[in-house]
Design a protein around this ligand. Structure first.
Ligand code: FE2
Length: 240
């Protein structure tokens, strides 16, 4: 090998080495980026009160299993369903707008995460009673009275066949009562009634079966004692 060929070979090797270094750096950047994406995974929201805070209406064991097992499973399964898809990093509200285009795992687990986050917020210890202010006026205007609203909402919850949710929804500027199957909600494009969910009630058996067994109407009647109207009023005020 003459000197020129030798230098050319050394140059090529340097070039190859350089490319390998660039590859290694790129790999590290990608690992770091994927690490930051992992940081944005959905996390299990803390229950805003103790497991026994809603007793005697909802028992501590039910709340513990509901939050730590069922809700946690929706979070884990949602993260698995989103991994490596174009939906990673998007909010649930954005995903729900075109949920009809997504696999069942995203619809079921995404709904499961959102609906339970909301459900914990609209309940609380030492609550119940009646709404006040603008929400009370809107309920009276839409349903005639608070008692009539309770009756209609309770019927929607009691008559939803199988698992699902009952909703008070701000839909096109009006308050509407609805129910949804499985983990669907009014933010989804598949929902019969679309709008902003103001109040919700979980009517899956996992929400009440330990204490109430098959007596869903008893669970619904007891649940009114733990509704956090302050939170519901805030949601109504922030809805469009
Ligand atoms: Fe649930």
């Amino acid at each position: 090998m003459n000197r020129k060929s030798f230098l050319t070979s050394v140059g090529m090797l340097s070039l190859v080495g350089g490319i390998k270094k660039v590859d290694a750096i790129t790999k590290k950047i990608n690992q770091s980026l994927s690490g930051s994406i992992q940081m944005s995974k959905f996390e299990l929201a803390n229950l805003p009160y103790a497991f026994n805070a809603l007793e005697p209406y909802i028992d501590a064991k039910t709340m513990e299993i509901h939050h730590d097992k069922h809700h946690a499973a929706y979070v884990n399964n949602l993260n698995k369903a989103l991994e490596g898809t174009s939906l990673e990093g998007k909010t649930l509200e954005v995903i729900f707008k075109e949920i009809s285009k997504q696999p069942a795992a995203v619809r079921n687990n995404g709904g499961g995460v959102y609906n339970h986050n909301l459900f914990w917020q609209v309940m609380g210890p030492d609550k119940g009673g009646k709404p006040t202010g603008a929400l009370a006026d809107a309920i009276n205007g839409a349903f005639g009275s608070f008692e009539k609203f309770k009756e209609l909402f309770s019927t929607a919850a009691a008559t939803r066949f199988g698992s699902g949710w009952a909703w008070l929804v701000k839909s096109d500027g009006k308050l509407v009562i609805s129910s949804s199957p499985n983990q669907d909600n009014p933010l989804m494009d598949v929902s019969d009634v679309k709008g902003y969910p103001v109040l919700t009630l979980d009517i899956w058996e996992h929400a009440y079966y330990l204490h109430y067994q098959n007596r869903r109407p008893d669970y619904i009647a007891a649940w009114w004692n733990v509704v956090n109207w302050d939170e519901v009023e805030k949601r109504f005020a922030s809805s469009k």
